[in-house]
Write a protein of this length. Sequence first.
Length: 175
Amino acid sequence: MHRNSEYHYCPVCGGALQLRTIKRGEPNRLVCSGCHYVLYLDPKVVACVIVEIDGRIVLVRRGIPPGVGMWVIPGGYVDAGEAVQDAAAREAWEEVRLRVEITSLVGVYSYPGISAVIIVYEGRVTAGVPTAGDETQEARLFDPGEIPWNEIAFSSTADALRDYLRTRHPEVDLV
């Protein structure tokens, strides 16, 4: 799904962008009327990490839109040139002041109409105490059976937590 109406001018030469078919069977693309540059609207990559401390899951209450006041696992956008695992570890530090070692992949999540691909890892704490960072209102530990499912900000967070709990805590009744 394109956000075509947001883009009017070519980032290369400043010419007008027009919606055109480049290859039959593919979506229409934004093409510069001057230099013929094709503007691909690729998804952003988000890296997240699920961390357990003494059998409890670390969640943070968001302090920024979207989902202000709702719960998520630590995560955020991957910077250009940054390894996804490094981004997940960095986000854990920024959002909850935990140094983590990435130990395994939980899953990769994408949804129709959402321009992000979310990659979720499991991480092991190497240092720090859960504390709210700049973009979070609160950091809290939840027993696996007490996750506030109706207050989770994103489908990807809920899906990743369910996938994680199915393998790590099969005794938990999932919503």
